[in-house]
Design a protein around this ligand. Sequence first.
Ligand code: GUN
Length: 309
Amino acid sequence: MSANLLLGKPVQGALLEEVTAATRAITDAGHRPPHLTAVLVGGDPASAIYVRTKTTKCREVGFGSEGIILPEETTTEELLAIVRRLNGDDKVDGILVQLPLPKHCDTKTVLDAVDPAKDVDCFHPHNTGLLVQGRPRFAPATPAGIIELLERSDIEISGKHAVIIGRSDIVGKPMAMLLLHRHATVTICHSRTPDLAAVCRGADILVAAVGVPGLVTRDFVGPGAVVIDVGINRVADRAQAAEILGDAADWARFEERGYLVVGDVRPDVAEVAAAVTPVPGGVGPLTIGMLLVNTLAAARGRRDIGNAG
Ligand code: GUN
């Protein structure tokens, strides 16, 4: 028996259609469309692709969008000056500072400087507080996308045991809050959790968000579990890719790119689980979809455009 594949693209497509219709209603009523500005510091190729994809998707739904690309040497002060300018620019509804920033930048100080009303990543402590209290202004895009995927796939959350591997501010912690508010019993595991596999085997819903390629093996998964893989790991070592992916490895792609993208979950987990998200093509597209949902919410929150659409 093989698990259902939970694909991100169809859910992203539905989200994009909804956002496109809402944007059309806003512009039909004579208002400017929502506008997202993304800031990228340095030349990390993966981050550059993410930012380009985000600004392209914005245009697809009718948003205004801009990518500000800054050199690797940009200082915290220079970045703060740009964030403050964007905070004061009435045309900008959403601000996204792509992470990770270069090591010499003070990430917390930069993220704290983003106007909470424009914080479409939901990284500002003010927005984190609202999320924890169950009255979110925004929800962080990746965990919120996972909730959309579960709900739109008719996977029950209430009363289930959800186990999350990883305690990051971007995924693990907000994922726990979103599941808790939907009445799951939530366990958060991390590098110091004893017998991780045994804890994970008790999960109805298992979310892996640690960035360790292939960490989740078959013995982490109980029969019938739903397994969500948030990992996007580039593996350039052929032997490591072969060991994790087995028959699922796409060697033509490996030759072409020099690496394979591998999740935190091994593909053979599909032989035990009821449903799994593939990597790539699972959670990734949902993050972008929810960023657009958040940008629409930011525009509605900041401007008197009613709830058109
Ligand atoms: N880098 C990895 N994930 C994210 C995200 O959700 N937002 C931003 N800004 N950077 C990221």
